[in-house]
Design a protein around this ligand. Sequence first.
Ligand code: SAM
Length: 283
Amino acid sequence: MSLNLANLTAKDILAMNYNELISVVRETNRPPGGVSSVSHLATRAHLTKDSHVLEIGTSTGITAIELARLVGCRITAIDINERSIQEARRRAEALGVAHLITFEVNDATSTGYPEDSFDLVFCGNVTSLIPDQKAALAEYSRVVRPGGFIAAIPMYYVKTPSKKLLADVTEAIQVTVEPLEEQYWLDFFLGDGRISFHQDKYTFDWISDEVVDGFVKDILTRPHLDELSAKARAALVEQYSVFMRLFRDNLSQMGYTELLVRCEVDELGEPELFTASPVGVQR
Ligand SMILES: C[S@@+](CC[C@H](N)C(=O)[O-])C[C@H]1O[C@@H](n2cnc3c(N)ncnc32)[C@H](O)[C@@H]1O
């Protein structure tokens, strides 16, 4: 399962898409806004030590690990990628929170968990990558208890991207990238008895070439990469820089929302008519 880096040639590396390359680099796959988004949503979902969270698409485990560190609750964290789950387990053990987290290879659209089993389903920016998005949302709603929450951090375009940018990102991540706007995700997550509990919007900062290049230089000094030949290493620097600059260009057109929805129909009351928005935010 683990990659033999010593056998990789420069040609192999230059032929890799981003998903393959991050297994080589062991990059941390964060939700938008990183641990700060995780902290905001954990607080707003009123998690306690007794809570049980299902995390979808955990990748290298950062959200599950941070929830364990912040709250000390139980977390079941799933991903379809076995290599990511192995790395997530390694990181949770290193940080002393493995006893709180069950990492499993499992599919978001049919988890097999009993209904009403979780207080929170945390799906970060994962649902856009799942071909049958409706089946995934139906599964989150099935396994969350009545009155429990779904936390999502969907990313969307705040400026119109060029066709070339969309095509380049699609090729890099091997998932068709659509120029979706925020409303698409609000319409998707709300309805069917799910009501908006919290929404916080962000736009990504512009990161200069200098900062991107410094990040690439630092991350490629990781000791495990010493196994690569000099030529393969040079190819890795080249290919990884291309991807990081591409993602920088793409994210500079994008924003995300920390979204918390509650799964409940209030059968005793009518819907709220006089809603309000934070000053400076237009809904
Ligand atoms: C962008 S990363 C997620 C990063 C971060 N955990 C977040 O919340 O945004 C997307 C992850 O979702 C996983 N994934 C894609 N389809 C999935 C599915 N059907 N079920 C579970 N995980 C899936 C991928 O393997 C990948 O690790």
